[in-house]
Write a protein that binds this ligand. Structure first.
Ligand SMILES: CC(C)(COP(=O)(O)OP(=O)(O)OC[C@H]1O[C@@H](n2cnc3c(N)ncnc32)[C@H](O)[C@@H]1OP(=O)(O)O)[C@@H](O)C(=O)NCCC(=O)NCCS
Length: 169
């Protein structure tokens, strides 16, 4: 299986915020943004693995900025690291100013997807080779985030999370 670069999974999803997708403050409903990010992440995971992929976990979501009705929202998803069958997908969310076209970062999130066969059993995915500084930074921290996610899900004992523990020692 040939290694791939994060850029090969890049997925860009641009859409408007419509009235039916907002909360009483006329800002984008959080669950709608989660769904858009899940879709973009799913496509990125599929582009990397060329297999069926399922969401295993939403590891981190930061709703730093409200997104107003009528905004043009762009979700960018890329695989930041692959393991055996799992892939960490990093998502950056941007809002575009209607008049100037200037893009501002609104939110970010990290999802974990797993590649599976037709019976839903995990299958191996290609390795990933980061290229840019940001890709290398995200790649390096991904193992600690995987360990944290597994510990929180009760699938790993805290004392087994060696790289994560090293952060605090
Ligand atoms: C995700 C799923 C395939 C994992 O199956 P499993 O029996 O736990 O399989 P494993 O224990 O072998 O784990 C497979 C991989 O997922 C990773 N994983 C499982 N749970 C995880 C979690 N909470 N956080 C991060 N990684 C996780 C494991 O570390 C492993 O990674 P690796 O192969 O790269 O080392 C299975 O739980 C599943 O199908 N869940 C439902 C998915 C779904 O329907 N999503 C949509 C939600 S509506």
């Amino acid at each position: 299986m040939h290694p791939k670069h994060p850029s090969e999974s890049l997925t860009i999803l641009t859409d408007l915020v419509l009235p039916s997708e907002t909360n009483p403050l006329n800002n984008l409903f959080g669950g709608e943004l989660l769904a858009r990010m899940d879709r973009a992440a799913s496509i990125a995971a599929r582009r990397h693995s060329r297999r069926i992929t399922v969401t295993a976990s939403v590891n981190h979501v930061a709703f730093n900025r409200a997104i107003a009705l009528g905004s043009v929202v762009t979700v960018e998803a890329k695989v930041s690291r692959s393991f055996n069958s799992s892939m960490e997908i990093f998502l950056d969310v941007w809002i575009e100013d209607r008049e100037s076209g200037v893009r501002t970062k609104a939110n970010e999130a990290i999802y974990t997807f797993v590649a599976v066969d037709e019976q839903g059993r995990p299958v191996t995915v290609p390795e990933i080779i980061p290229e840019t500084e940001l890709e290398k930074e995200r790649f390096d921290a991904a193992l600690r985030r995987k360990q944290l996610s597994l510990v929180l899900a009760g699938k790993m004992k805290p004392h087994e999370a060696t790289e994560l523990r090293a952060l605090f020692l």
